[in-house]
Design a binder for this molecule. Structure first.
Ligand SMILES: Nc1nc2c(c(=O)[nH]1)N[C@H]1C(S)=C(S)[C@@H](COP(=O)(O)OP(=O)(O)OC[C@H]3O[C@@H](n4cnc5c(=O)[nH]c(N)nc54)[C@H](O)[C@@H]3O)O[C@H]1N2
Ligand SMILES: Nc1nc2c(c(=O)[nH]1)N[C@H]1C(S)=C(S)[C@@H](COP(=O)(O)OP(=O)(O)OC[C@H]3O[C@@H](n4cnc5c(=O)[nH]c(N)nc54)[C@H](O)[C@@H]3O)O[C@H]1N2
Ligand code: SF4
Ligand SMILES: [Mo]
Length: 694
C-alpha cells in the first residue's frame, strides 16, 4: 500500500496561497490533469518554483485546485529505479532493451505487451501505438479505456457509425428542456459540469440518491444492471402514449419495426418487477421527455456491465424513437471520464485500431497508416486483445509488460488475480511519476514528467482538441514518456521514427488521421493558440464540427441511424441465499481513480467505506462506522459502514479508490461485455459481515 509519504514537506493549502505573494516568473494557460471536463486552468510559477492553479473562465473542483501539490511532493519519483534501487537512465534503458531482446529471442515479439491509459496526451497515445506495433513489433497493446467508456463507444459505432461522446458542445445543454442522466453522478465526478444542467428538468437514474439526484425533478432508483429493461419500458410507454416522431423514424432511421416488436414485450408492470421502478414513475419519466428538447446522457453506471453495449443501445433506440439525435440540444451522448478519454480511444492504443479510428484489420487503413509511418503495411501486426484479456495473458503468453497511465493493481476487476499475473511476468516496466501500486510491483520504474511540465493536446468530453502547456521544467531525472519511447526505439534499432517533440508528433498524427472518422488533419498548434476545435477538422480552413448529425446524416453506409433490437438479461451474477446483496462501485468527489495521485494529497482526505441501507445494516448487526467485510465469490475487502436511506436495501456501494485490504476490486467481477470487452464493474453479488477495524 502506498503510504501517505512525508507529510512534513507537504504544505497545507493556506501556506501555499501565502507563498503566492512571491513574484510570478512563469505562467501557462493549460487544463486540469484529471477528468474529461478538462477545466481551463492558469498555472503560475513563482520565484521559489512553487506552482499554483486557478480556473480560467469555468470552474474547478478540489482535485483541480490541489493538483499542483503533486509536482514537488515527496512521494514523487524523479530517478529511474531498477528493482527498487536508483540507477542512471543509461543503466535503466539498457536493461529494459536487453530484457525486450531476451523475451523476443525466447518467446517472440507478441510476448512483449503494452497497457496504456486514457489520461495520456494525444501525442503520447499516437506514438505509443506506433511504438508498440513497429518498435516492439507486437500486437499486444490495449488500455484502461476498456474499463471506462468502451461500451458507449461500441453502441455509438453500431447505431451512428461514429463514436464521439458528446455530439454537441456542453453549452448546448443549457438550452435543453429535459436532461436524462443514466448512471452518471457529475455533481461528484465533474462538479463544474453541473452548471450546464441547471436550466433543464433533470431525470436521474441511479440506484443511489446521489448528490446529482438531489437536484433532479425525478429520480428513478433501479436495481443495478437493469437499465436496459428500463429503457425498453420507457420506449413501450412512448409507443403506447403516441410520443414517437414517426416522420423522423421514417426519414432518418432503419430497423424500427424489430425494435417496436421487442418493446411491445416490456409492459410497465413487467419492467417494474425487473427494475424496482414503479409504474407511475415510468409514466412520469416518459411524459417528461416527450415532445421536448431532451438529451439522454449515460456514464459508467449504465455502461460498466456485461451488457453495457446493449444497454446504451436501448437508450439510443429511445432517443431515435423520440426523434432527438441531430436536433438542437437533443439526442444521446456519453459522458467520457478520463482527461483524454476521448482522444485516448482514437489514436491507436486500442488493440484493434490505428490512428483516427481506422481499423487495424482494414487493408486500406493499414496502407494509409503504413505510408505515414514509412513502412510496408505487412510490418504492422494484426489485432491484439482487450485490457482484461491482456492482463490475463500476463506470465503466460505475455512475458513482459509496459504500463503507462494506469494502475491496474487497484483499478482492474478481480484485482488480486491481476497482481498475481503481473508478478508472474519476466519483467514489468512502469512509466509513472508516483509509486503506484502497479509501479511497486515493477522491475523497472521510469520517472516521467507531469502535466505542468509538458506540452501536448488532449481531447475533452465534447471531442474538443485543446492544448496542454508546460509552466515548469522537469524535476530531477524525470523525462517525458515520448523521450523514453525514443530512447528504447534507438536501442532496438526500430523501424519508424520517434520524436520527443509533441508538435512534430501532432503534425504526423494529423496526416495519419486525414480522411478518417476522427480527422485532426486541419489542426495545428498554431491554430490551437487561437481557439479549440471539435473534430472532425478535415482541412486547414475547416472550423471544426461542434455539432454532429445536424443534417440528420449519420456515418452509417446508408446515412441513416440504426435501431438495434436489444433484450434485457440479468447481471452475470445474481443475488442468492449465500450472496444476498448487489455490490456496485464508483467514485467520490475528492479521490481520482485508483487514487495513486489523489491519495498523496493531504487536503483530499478519504478512507474506504460501504454505503448501506439502515434496514440491511440492522439485519447484519452493523452500525454506523463499524467495519464490514464484503465478500464475493472472488475475494473480499473491508470498509467502514455508512448508513443511509439513499441507497436501495438490496444494494451496497463502495468507491474503488483504495488499495490493499480496502480494494473493492478484489471482489468485483471480471466478466466481460461480448462486444466492448468492458468488465462488469457495476454489479456483482456479495455477502457482508462485521469485521475488526484494520
Ligand atoms: N471525483 C472523481 N471524478 C472523476 C473520476 C474519479 O475517479 N473521481 N473519474 C473520472 C472518470 S475516468 C470517469 S469514467 C467518470 C465516471 O463518472 P460517473 O459515471 O458519473 O461515476 P461513477 O461513480 O463511476 O458512476 C456513476 C453512478 O452510477 C451509479 N450506478 C451503479 N450501478 C448502476 C446501474 O446499474 N445503473 C445505473 N443507472 N446507475 C448505476 C452509481 O451509483 C454512481 O452514482 O468520472 C470522472 N471524474
Ligand atoms: N470497481 C471499479 N473499478 C473501476 C471503475 C469503477 O467504476 N469501479 N472505473 C474504471 C474506470 S472508468 C477507469 S477510467 C479506471 C481508471 O483507473 P486507472 O487506469 O488505474 O487510472 P489512474 O488511477 O488514473 O492511474 C493512472 C496512473 O498513471 C499515472 N499517470 C498519470 N498521467 C500519466 C502520464 O502522462 N504518463 C504516465 N506514464 N503515467 C501517468 C498516475 O500517476 C497513475 O499511477 O478504473 C476502472 N476501475
Ligand atoms: S472537474 Fe475534472 S477537469 Fe475540472 S477541476 Fe475537477 S477533476 Fe479537473
Ligand atoms: Mo473512466
Amino acid at each position: 500500500m502506498t503510504a501517505r509519504t512525508g507529510t512534513s514537506a507537504t504544505r497545507p493549502l493556506s501556506d501555499r496561497s501565502e507563498r503566492r505573494s512571491l513574484p510570478v516568473v512563469r505562467t501557462a494557460d493549460t487544463h486540469c490533469p484529471y477528468c474529461a471536463l478538462q477545466c481551463g486552468m492558469r498555472l503560475e510559477e513563482d520565484e521559489a518554483g512553487q506552482v499554483t492553479a486557478s480556473p480560467r473562465g469555468g470552474g474547478m473542483c478540489q482535485k483541480g485546485w490541489t493538483s499542483p501539490e503533486l509536482l514537488d511532493h515527496p512521494g514523487r519519483i524523479t530517478t529511474p529505479l531498477l528493482r527498487g534501487e536508483p540507477v542512471s537512465w543509461e543503466t535503466a534503458l539498457d536493461h529494459v532493451a536487453e530484457r525486450i531482446k531476451a523475451v523476443w529471442a525466447e518467446h517472440g515479439k507478441d510476448a512483449v505487451g503494452v497497457f496504456g491509459g486514457g489520461g495520456l496526451t494525444n501525442e503520447k497515445v499516437y506514438q505509443l501505438g506506433k511504438w508498440t506495433r513497429l518498435a516492439l513489433g507486437s500486437k499486444h497493446i490495449d488500455y484502461n479505456g476498456r474499463f471506462c467508456m468502451s461500451s458507449a463507444a461500441g453502441a455509438l459505432n453500431r447505431s451512428f457509425g461514429i463514436d464521439r461522446g458528446l455530439p454537441f458542445p456542453s453549452e448546448d445543454l443549457k438550452e435543453a428542456d429535459v436532461i436524462v442522466l443514466v448512471g452518471a453522478n457529475p455533481a461528484e465526478t465533474m462538479p463544474p459540469f453541473m452548471r450546464f444542467l441547471t436550466n433543464a428538468e433533470l431525470i436521474v437514474i441511479d440506484p443511489r440518491r446521489t448528490a446529482t439526484a438531489e437536484s433532479a425533478q425525478l429520480h428513478l432508483q433501479p436495481a443495478p444492471g437493469t437499465d436496459l429493461a428500463l429503457a425498453n419500458g420507457l420506449l413501450h410507454i412512448a409507443i403506447e402514449q403516441g410520443y414517437l416522431d414517426h416522420d423522423y423514424i421514417d426519414a432518418h432511421t432503419t430497423g424500427f419495426d424489430e425494435v417496436r416488436q421487442t418493446a411491445a414485450g416490456y409492459w410497465p408492470a413487467f419492467v417494474e418487477r425487473i427494475t424496482g421502478v414503479s409504474v407511475p414513475d415510468l409514466y412520469a419519466a416518459a411524459r417528461l421527455m416527450a415532445g421536448k428538447k431532451t438529451a439522454i446522457l449515460t456514464a459508467r453506471g449504465s455502461e460498466q456491465h456485461a451488457k453495457g453495449v446493449d444497454t446504451v443501445t436501448a437508450w439510443i433506440n429511445l432517443a431515435l424513437a423520440l426523434g432527438l439525435p441531430g436536433k438542437p440540444s437533443s439526442g444521446y451522448g456519453c459522458l467520457t471520464g478520463q482527461g483524454n478519454g476521448q482522444g485516448g480511444r482514437e489514436h491507436g492504443q486500442k488493440a484493434d485500431q490505428l490512428p483516427g479510428y481506422r481499423m487495424i484489420n482494414d487493408p486500406a487503413a493499414r496502407e494509409h497508416v503504413a505510408a505515414v509511418w514509412g513502412v510496408e503495411p505487412d510490418t504492422i501486426p494484426g489485432a491484439g486483445v482487450s485490457a482484461v484479456e491482456l492482463l490475463r495473458k500476463c506470465g503466460d503468453e505475455v512475458k513482459m509488460l509496459f504500463v503507462l497511465g494506469s494502475n491496474p493493481v487497484v483499478s482492474a476487476p478481480r484485482a488480486t488475480r491481476v497482481a498475481d499475473r503481473l508478478k508472474d511476468l519476466d519483467s514489468l516496466v512502469s512509466f509513472d511519476f508516483v509509486m503506484s501500486e502497479t509501479a511497486q510491483l515493477a522491475e523497472v520504474v521510469l520517472p516521467v514528467t507531469q502535466w505542468a511540465e509538458e506540452d501536448g493536446t488532449m481531447t475533452n468530453l465534447e471531442g474538443r482538441i485543446i492544448r496542454r502547456r508546460s509552466v515548469r521544467d522537469a524535476p530531477g531525472q524525470a523525462r517525458s514518456d515520448l523521450w523514453i519511447m525514443k530512447e528504447l526505439a534507438d536501442r532496438l534499432d526500430a523501424p519508424g521514427t520517434y520524436s520527443t517533440n509533441p508538435e512534430e508528433i501532432f503534425e504526423e498524427l494529423g496526416r495519419a488521421t486525414a480522411g478518417a472518422k476522427a480527422d485532426y488533419s486541419g489542426i495545428t498548434y498554431e491554430r490551437l493558440d487561437e481557439q479549440s476545435f471539435q473534430w472532425p477538422v478535415p482541412g486547414p480552413d475547416h472550423a471544426g464540427t461542434p455539432r454532429m448529425f445536424t443534417d440528420f446524416k449519420f456515418n452509417t453506409p446508408d446515412g441513416r441511424a440504426k435501431f438495434i433490437a436489444v433484450d434485457h438479461r440479468h447481471p452475470a451474477e445474481r443475488r442468492d441465499a449465500t450472496y444476498p446483496l448487489y455490490l456496485t462501485t464508483g467514485r467520490v468527489l475528492t479521490q481520482y481513480q485508483s487514487g495513486a495521485q489523489t491519495r498523496l494529497i493531504d487536503a483530499l482526505d478519504g478512507e474506504q467505506f460501504l454505503q448501506i441501507h439502515p434496514d440491511t445494516a440492522v439485519r447484519h448487526g452493523i452500525g454506523e462506522g463499524d467495519w464490514v467485510r464484503i465478500t464475493s465469490r472472488r475475494g473480499s475487502y473491508t470498509a467502514a459502514a455508512r448508513l443511509t436511506v439513499d441507497i436501495r436495501p438490496d444494494t451496497v456501494f463502495s468507491p474503488f479508490h483504495f488499495p490493499g485490504a480496502a480494494n473493492a476490486n478484489a471482489a468485483v467481477s471480471d466478466v466481460l461485455d461480448p462486444i466492448s470487452r468492458m468488465p462488469e464493474f457495476k454489479v456483482c453479488a456479495v455477502k457482508i459481515a462485521p469485521a475488526a477495524k484494520p
